[in-house]
Design a binder for this molecule. Sequence first.
Ligand code: NAI
Length: 429
Amino acid sequence: MSTYPRISAQLDDVESAREEGRRKMEWARQHMPIMEAVREDFEANQPLAGERIAMAMHVEAKTAILVEALAAGGAEVAVTGCNPLSTHDDVSAALDDVDNITSYAKRGVDDEGYYAAIEATIDLEPTITVDDGMDLVAAIHEDYPELIDGIVGGCEETTTGVHRLRAMADDGALEYPVFAVNDTPMKRLFDNVHGTGESSLASLAMTTNLSWAGKNVVVGGYGYCGKGVAKKASGQNANVIVTEVEPRRALEAHMEGYDVMPMAEAAEVGDVFITTTGNRDIIVEEHFEHMQDGVLLANAGHFDVEIDLDALDDLAVDRYEARDGVEAYEMADGRRLNVVAEGRLVNLAAPVSLGHPVEVMDQSFGVQAVAVRELLEREHADDYEPGVHDVPDELDREIAEIKLAAEDVDFDSLTDTQRDYMGSWDHGT
Ligand code: NAI
């Protein structure tokens, strides 16, 4: 049994933290029509009655609306962070005050506290897990295998988590079904692209008070997140340089009008570097050695392994906090390389970061909520063997339709003749 304290026991002035957290949640709620519809449905129909849900996510206002909706659907929920720097303690405290919710998330915990908080959520003996990065699934499989029989399934929010889960499934090690929420169109085409693009640039601009215009912005990786970062930086009049290892993505970036080159070349000309690969060692010693004085180094990928900070630290003769959220590493030749948010996801971990825009997370969490509901639809339960599963397309459409209705956007539907035509193979010229 974990003795790790809930957030309310960790804060000095818990009442005022709760009040501020509720204020942040109220603002988010006003801009989350999908989650409002889902919460009303969950409250009325109690699809999660009697379930126990453990969650490891970025605990800030939008996530709190999802957590509340799951509790409103009848579940008991224990939540913690999925990154030591992305938690908003006030929101965590406000959540901890809601019936059937316990929050262990605290900003700035060390590794030991981070994993102790994950274990505390597992103490709930969850029937469902909701992850952003797969830490809960990993901890349960490694340390609490006896709980697996009681787990109906899980949901995974991000690309890196889905990659890790697929690797686990390929090894035959994943012992319960998990939905790849990340891979749905309603999540990936909006959250990864627009969400990461907008919030990474906003966080960097707010943290540094510097302009994008005329800068060489190097985007590491041209996947969904990289496309968003590149597009938004270009929209701010930056000159975008893309690095890639996948030939079709490199070509796509080239045809989009961006400069494409190896990181070794980009290192010499970049002013700002933003990694979005989900891979490791994207910016390493050989690159640091050739960078200009004053560059900004930031990461928007899930883990803090894209920029080799150990190598940078070894090269540095001095290191100091240049601004809140910016650490300057001074080289022997006097150049200063500035790392933002300790190389952790810049849109969530810098002191001023707020994560993705609210509207975007309304969509992502709408999909999360209906995916959790789907795990419990008993007539489907047998469809989901242990492994990684796509979220059924009709659920993704359900979320899109709620959003379009909320935005008052009308759209066409297929006629019977069109549907028949699209489904046939014998209509020729
Ligand atoms: P993706 O798989 O679509 O894109 C990654 C791209 O990086 C691919 O095109 C791949 O070829 C490229 N890449 C891999 N190794 C490389 C290397 N050595 N050099 C250059 N390019 C390389 O993945 P997606 O959806 O764009 O996600 C990327 C990362 O961002 C993941 O870790 C994901 O979990 C995270 N993420 C972060 C968010 C945030 O809020 N900051 C939101 C959503 C995802």
